[in-house]
Design a protein around this ligand. Structure first.
Ligand SMILES: [Zn+2]
Length: 71
């Protein structure tokens, strides 16, 4: 049966192709081992502190741009 075959194959090889470099990477892997591309934003959802850091970086960048162009 095709469905069983597909299911077995899925269990034996739990990888997905990287959307960037097409290299097979494990589904649990947060990051592609080939090109370093983050495979999902689950990392951000599981670690809210990363959002805080991201917002801080954006705010600092905005402040710096205003400082530079305000002259
Ligand atoms: Zn990749």
């Amino acid at each position: 049966m095709d469905e069983d075959e597909f299911y077995d194959q899925d269990l034996e090889d739990p990888t997905v192709p990287c959307p960037v470099c097409q290299q097979p990477v494990y589904k649990d892997a947060p990051q592609c081992t080939g090109c370093g591309h983050y495979l999902s934003d689950a990392d951000f959802r599981n670690h809210p502190s990363k959002w805080v850091a991201l917002v801080a970086v954006v705010l600092i960048a905005t402040w710096l741009l205003q400082y530079v162009f305000a002259r």
